[in-house]
Design a protein around this ligand. Sequence first.
Ligand code: NAP
Length: 325
Amino acid sequence: MMSRFTFTLCLFAAFDAVKAGEAPKIRLNDGNMIPILALGTYGSDEDRAKMRQTVNDAVEVGYRHIDTAALYNNEVEIGQGIADVIGKGLVRREDLFITTKLWNDKHACEQVVPALNESLSRLGLDYVDLYLIHTPGSQKADGSFDYIDYLETWLGMQEAKKLGLARSIGVSNFNSQQIKRIIDNCEIVPAVNEIEVHPALTQERLIAFCQNMGITVMAYSPFGFLVSREVDDAPPPRIDDPTLVAIGQKYGKTTSQVVLRYLIDRGTIPIPKSTNKRRLQQNIDMFDFKLTPEEIVTINKFNQNRRIFDTSYWKDHPHYPFNID
Ligand SMILES: NC(=O)c1ccc[n+]([C@@H]2O[C@H](COP(=O)([O-])OP(=O)(O)OC[C@H]3O[C@@H](n4cnc5c(N)ncnc54)[C@H](OP(=O)(O)O)[C@@H]3O)[C@@H](O)[C@H]2O)c1
């Protein structure tokens, strides 16, 4: 029979990976562990100027996963924040999970590792935990369309993983057919697909496809139109939506926390962005409740397949991903 001492040890072992206030972790298909909440960092020049402090604030309140990209032009500031929190002894490098992304003008196979090395140099790191192809569509440096097959790009991503520069590799904004082409033709299955998911864009088919293939979904723009967006016809739910308010009241949570928990309970990793310490704290404070399956169905009913980002510029690109799930 298990003694009380052994039982206590087992309990400690079970919770070892997660300290109070941090997000739990799950295992990716390549064996690596990933925290199930990430800090979003895409924003204005004003946001970028705050990013070093934001990384400090976020790590202080428990974030261990940071999502950036070469495109966001903030890897330097994020790297400074990472150096600060490691220097202060708040965390070690291995406690952090850093995701960055390859931009569209570096899709040739031989460009991938040099582009990652440039990101690493800006971040001040010698590896990232996750490197993603930002979109399947390649572009020339001047912004015009290029036609490099993302299968070629994936060969460069595999090289980055083999060199140990990226512990895990994945994609972003890929549809199911594009992912299937990678699986059918390449050696390594993507670990992650980072896509837009929120109550107005529930992505049920694409999420089911990814999860059936063992691919973890990271959910960007998780608040959807809940928060202020510069559109005249923003669809519901908004931040004061009565259905979300009622669910929040049941658990003593805000509507933004309900939406983040909805994404967690659907098995995705939300990436809320904030540069405000109070909201950073609020956005990580949702690991003490869980929605019922009925509440998830209720929130799914908000779906209107509405994207935050206008993708019309891309619609004639041969690798445009948003015409199918
Ligand atoms: N892979 C891709 O192609 C892709 C595309 C888009 C985004 N992303 C990633 O996903 C992240 C998140 O997406 P996003 O920035 O578009 O949208 P988001 O995280 O859904 O929303 C951000 C907005 O919500 C506000 N906010 C944050 N917490 C709040 C709270 N608790 N209550 C009320 N408002 C709150 C923020 O303002 P404050 O900062 O003032 O709090 C900001 O205006 C990005 O930062 C980026 O890392 C990836």
